[in-house]
Design a protein around this ligand. Structure first.
Ligand code: ARG
Length: 281
């Protein structure tokens, strides 16, 4: 271990924020070539250079925070592959593979599985039912909150529980603009989450209130700016720059807010979290 890594790790532990490890995939072949959510319109042009610059900025932000970023090789026939969070769920070094609802994304599963195989992950569970990885599975330390309604099949939630042995809290998503759970719920630390109430039914709202002692309510405007598609290491929150109210709420509570711009990936219905698969050791 170099002195630099040692200093970084020590700083992380002192702040209660151990360094994180993420898997990302560059938007080399990013495009809105089909429409599988209400945000996508293949008639709207995407600026791929800008998408790449925004994504590079996101990656650089993680690296500057002392986190490690691994890269997945992009594939030309998979324009949504930049959304690496959907390809698997990783907890305790164990991998639950994804199974996509739409055939357009189905082969992303293999790209992820190959990566895990090549990188020494020996415990990979292939799913029986549809689940879109961290798109619908939000890790909350004591439990995993699991969404269903648009993408992930609720029957997959049992497989998730069997794979990781953690309690799984199932919540229904009811607003098609927030088709993945990670567009409506963001875990900030082990006590705190931010959420958009309009994306959930009564039962889901009750479950979230029971699970998190601190809940920050996001406005519809900030939710539509993908403010809840943020990535937190427990202290820093990387969040779309135009989710201004939510940024203020987080700053007031003492978190370091790191704004990023994500204009192009939003055209496919994604933000920072969608691009970031956390590899939890
Ligand atoms: N176009 C992609 C889809 O509809 C976007 C995925 C965004 N990912 C996420 N984790 N919410 O599947």
């Amino acid at each position: 271990m170099t002195m630099q890594t040692l200093a970084r790790d020590t700083a992380g532990i002192a702040s209660g924020r151990p360094a994180r490890t993420y898997l990302m995939c560059p938007p080399t072949h990013f495009d809105v070539a089909y429409a599988i959510n209400t945000w996508m319109d293949p008639a709207t042009p995407v600026d791929r250079d800008r998408a790449m610059a925004e994504w590079e900025r996101l990656r650089a932000t993680y690296v500057a925070l002392g986190h490690t970023v691994h890269l997945l090789e992009p594939r030309a026939d998979l324009p949504d592959m930049v959304f690496a969070a959907n390809g698997a769920t990783v907890v305790g070094g164990m991998v639950m593979g994804a199974r996509f609802r739409h055939p357009e994304r189905a082969r992303e599963t293999d790209a992820h599985r190959d990566w895990f195989e090549d990188h020494g992950y020996r415990r990979y569970t292939a799913p029986t039912h549809v689940n879109e990885g961290e798109g619908d599975y939000v890790y909350a330390y004591r439990a995993i909150v699991a969404g269903h309604g648009f993408r992930t099949d609720p029957r997959a939630h049992n497989e998730l529980h069997d794979a990781f042995g953690l309690p799984v809290v199932s919540v229904a998503l009811v607003d098609p603009r927030f088709y993945h759970l990670d567009t409506a719920l963001c875990v900030i630390d082990s006590f705190t989450a931010a959420y958009y109430p309009g994306a959930f039914d009564e039962d889901g709202l009750l479950k979230l209130k029971t699970l998190f002692p601190e809940l920050i309510e996001a406005t519809e405007r900030d939710a539509l700016a993908f403010g809840l598609n943020a990535v937190s290491d427990g202290r820093h929150v990387v969040i779309p720059h135009d989710a201004t109210d939510l940024r203020d709420r987080l700053t007031e509570r003492g978190y370091d807010v790191m704004p990023v711009e994500m204009t192009e990936l939003r055209k496919a219905g994604g933000g920072p979290k969608c691009c970031t698969l956390e590899l939890r050791p």
